[in-house]
Write a protein that binds this ligand. Structure first.
Ligand code: NAD
Length: 437
């Protein structure tokens, strides 16, 4: 089968590469000329574990190609996946301009029956809009399917290859049959494929992300309460997580969720709710709590330094990506922390294993970029931790002590054991646990 994937970001490139791995011929289309050129030269444009090997192999075997031309890219495609951005517009709703622009162009390019599959996260009713936009210029039969993507950055290849479930929103038997054939290599172990109407499929994605964002936020509130009542959030987490109805995952307290999905999807679902005159109070609270949580470390720092303030101090910051194992910095708490500390008059030396290039593109030379984690510590008044990369979990505390000006750590991801930090003589402030002084 020949397919096309329009948009080769975190979702599109993984989708295209994983389909190619099953023997399908995939053309990836992107408007970003530089990105397409890099991919044509065999260079992968994002950091995603295990993707590079598959990417290289499928290029070599001629099943994965790249183009900037939509017309050329979809020429022989039986199925066209749209994996385009849906960022928030000025009001927090998902901006559909990228999708509708492509849908507008698709009508005149499609020459025989084609299934257009929307993989982007889009509000209820988008499939109908895409269908109308294509129909304006299209002379042949086509179907529009909603197939939301649930992959996680950092685990994207595994999630795509072995999905917990595949959701297919369509009212066409013909399209469902083609989708079933295409996805069959990924569901051989019996993972469910749910066929449903387009609107339910569209809402499923928002419901999933909003539920997970609410789960994290609930735990962050419990952590904030733990600090006040003298409880330990790690204990509470284990105590509740062992209950199968709650589950162990997504219960780690920290400095809030970020990334390209949760913040915008929670916001977009709240917008949809208010468009339909429904006051979704819980989602509003999730957003409010998360905004505050992202700056919790800065609040803790202000309290610690008191009158002396943060002005003129130098801080080391470990972790910039919104979570480990990705170079994605969209809505990363670290960026909010950097902004707040620079405004307070502090200086920063930062380190991240993969995300420094992306941060540099956004904030330029406003901070120092260390080439390795310990270099960031030299002469710093404290170390701040914003992302739980594994390589930060077992540091050389002696080396840390020799480089830091003061033995002070503000840990937004609870990487270390407070008792160990006490023995080592650090001032150690984390989330939802006692402060070690
Ligand atoms: P991204 O920003 O990483 O990639 C989007 C790509 O589309 C870019 O390469 C961009 O150049 C390209 N593009 C923009 N306009 C185009 C056009 N007219 N023609 C061709 N290419 C064009 O986005 P992403 O993170 O892959 O997300 C895509 C969608 O998938 C979003 O709706 C997102 O919410 C959803 N999603 C993302 C994730 C995730 O973890 N990133 C997971 C599930 C769902």
């Amino acid at each position: 089968m020949n397919i096309a994937v329009v948009g080769t970001g975190y979702v599109g490139l993984v989708t295209g590469t994983c389909f190619a791995e099953t023997g399908v011929h995939v053309v990836c289309v992107d408007i970003d000329k530089a990105k397409v050129q890099r991919m044509q030269n065999g260079e992968i444009p994002i950091y995603e574990p295990h993707l590079d090997g598959l990417f290289q192999r499928n290029i070599k075997q001629g099943r994965l190609t790249f183009t900037t031309s939509l017309e050329e890219g979809i020429k022989n495609a039986k199925v066209i996946f749209l994996a385009l951005p849906t960022p928030p517009d000025g009001n927090g709703a998902a901006d559909l301009k990228y999708i509708l622009q492509v849908a507008d162009q698709l009508g005149s390019c499609i020459k025989e029956y084609t299934v257009v599959v929307n993989k982007s996260t889009v509000p209820v009713g988008t499939a109908e809009k895409v269908r109308s936009a294509i129909a304006k210029n299209c002379k042949v039969e086509f179907d529009v399917v909603s197939n939301p993507e649930f992959l996680r950055e950092g685990f994207a290849v595994d999630d795509f290859m072995k999905p917990d479930r595949v959701v297919i929103g369509s009212s066409s038997e013909k399209a469902n049959k083609i989708m079933s054939e295409l996805f069959s290599p990924f569901v051989r172990q019996g993972n469910p494929v749910y066929y449903m109407d387009e609107r339910s499929a569209e809402l499923t994605k928002y419901a999933a992300n909003s539920f997970l964002a609410a789960k994290i936020t609930f735990m962050n509130e419990i952590a904030n309460l733990c600090e006040r009542v003298g409880a330990n959030v790690d204990m509470v987490r284990m105590g509740i997580g062992s209950d199968a109805r709650i589950g162990k995952r997504f219960l780690f307290a920290g400095i809030g969720y970020g990334g390209s999905c949760f913040p915008k999807d929670v916001q977009a679902l709240e917008r949809t709710s208010s468009d339909y005159k429904y006051d979704f109070k819980m989602l509003k609270s999730v957003m409010l709590v998360n905004e505050k949580q992202k700056l919790l470390l800065v609040e803790k720092m202000k309290e610690h330094y008191g009158e002396a303030g943060l002005k003129g101090k130098k801080f080391a910051l470990w972790g910039l990506s919104f979570k480990p194992d990705t170079d994605d910095i969209r809505e990363a708490p670290a960026l909010y922390i950097i902004d707040a500390l620079l405004k307070e008059g502090a200086t920063l030396s930062v380190y991240d294993p993969e995300a420094m290039k992306n941060v540099k593109q956004v904030i330029g030379e406003k901070v120092e970029y260390a080439t390795e984690p310990y270099e960031a510590l030299r002469g710093a008044d404290a170390l701040l931790i914003a992302t739980e990369w594994s390589s930060f979990r077992t540091p050389d505390f002696e080396k840390m002590t020799s480089l830091l000006k003061s033995k002070v750590i503000f840990d937004g991801r609870n990487l270390y054991d407070p008792s160990q930090m006490e023995q080592l003589g650090f001032y150690y402030s984390s989330i939802g646990r006692r402060v070690v002084k």
